[in-house]
Design a protein around this ligand. Structure first.
Ligand code: AMP
Ligand code: ZN
Ligand code: FE
Ligand code: FE
Length: 282
């Protein structure tokens, strides 16, 4: 069993990198990729834990990017996570997120909600803080009864406390991963509300920019959806990847390795990723 899409406390997962790896070992998972949003901060801890628990840890990242006004996610696998090319861009993203968090929190405080940046930083030390953390704080303060309500009433796009953030253009996100010697993969292609022809256009564009893989196996995808994506991958000559998008307690319905219960990522997906990485290094 393998899982190539995993979040930790370095972004909006609730398990530390160490805990995620330990959990993988307990579940009999042989390899996981750490793919935190816009950060590589969890990778070294996960690699160390991987050595202890005999779990292969693939260094990765999940970068949010802009494609024609749509937020798409690009996974980068086997990145040199200490690459000097990567860090300034990550810093730019994190600074933009911090500015945005500040505005969201100010808007909320002005309306009497007891929430501050200091509070968030203390509660989520070292994490790239985003709307899920703010939603959780609103829940814990009793202002909403669920994370979903926090989004529906406060934080979702178009709601009173929504503040946009800046996204790297798709082209930049893909080239950044290449510069860090990583393999770029289009994450969860069915999450972007694109119809069949728009989806193919997106994937063709992503491919032309240097994306080599697409996620065909995903927690939320049925057997038919996975087949549909696999056919596209074969036609467009993408390698296939897959993972649960595990977030620990923040998305409790998703389990590491098995997703909503019946997800299964073939070992060969990892072998193919490695072979692409090997080719690129030649
Ligand atoms: P951020 O990157 O800070 O904008 O947060 C994005 C994350 O918030 C997504 O990955 C989702 O987990 C969550 N999210 C965004 N929109 C919604 C929504 N309408 N309902 C529930 N969760 C959402
Ligand atoms: Zn996430
Ligand atoms: Fe994603
Ligand atoms: Fe993810």
């Amino acid at each position: 069993m393998i899982d190539l899409h995993v979040h930790t406390t370095a972004s909006d997962g609730t398990d530390t990198p160490y805990e995620v790896v330990k959990k993988a070992a307990q579940l009999g998972i042989s390899a996981i990729a750490i793919t935190d949003h816009d950060t590589t901060a969890g990778i070294s801890e996960a690699i160390d834990a991987g050595e202890k628990y005999n779990v292969e840890v693939v260094p990765g990242i999940e970068i949010s990017a802009d494609y024609k006004g749509i937020e798409v996610h690009i996974l980068g696998y086997f990145i040199d996570y200490k690459s000097p090319k990567l860090q300034p861009v990550i810093d730019w993203i994190v600074t933009d997120r911090e500015n945005r968090n500040k505005i969201i929190v100010e808007k909320l405080s002005e309306e009497g909600y007891d929430i501050s940046l200091e509070m968030l930083k203390k509660k989520y030390p070292g994490a790239v803080i985003g709307r899920p953390h703010i939603a959780e704080s609103l829940l814990q303060k009793g202002y909403v009864t669920s994370i979903q309500q926090a989004f529906d009433d406060f934080l979702a796009d178009g709601k009173k406390y929504f503040v946009p953030r800046q996204y790297l253009p798709l082209k930049k996100a893909v080239s950044l991963i290449a510069e860090a010697n990583g393999v770029a993969v289009a994450a969860h292609p069915l999450q972007y509300d694109l119809d069949d022809s728009e989806l193919k256009k997106f994937l063709v564009t992503a491919k032309a920019l240097g994306t080599v893989g697409m996620e065909t196996v995903y927690s939320k995808y049925s057997y038919r959806q996975t087949q549909y994506l696999a056919d596209i991958a074969d036609t467009l000559k993408f390698i296939k990847t897959g993972g649960s998008d595990y977030h620990g307690g923040r998305k409790p319905e998703i389990e590491l390795g098995t997703g909503m219960g019946d997800m299964s990522v073939p070992d060969i997906f990892l072998a193919e990723l490695k072979s692409v990485k090997g080719e690129a290094m030649k």
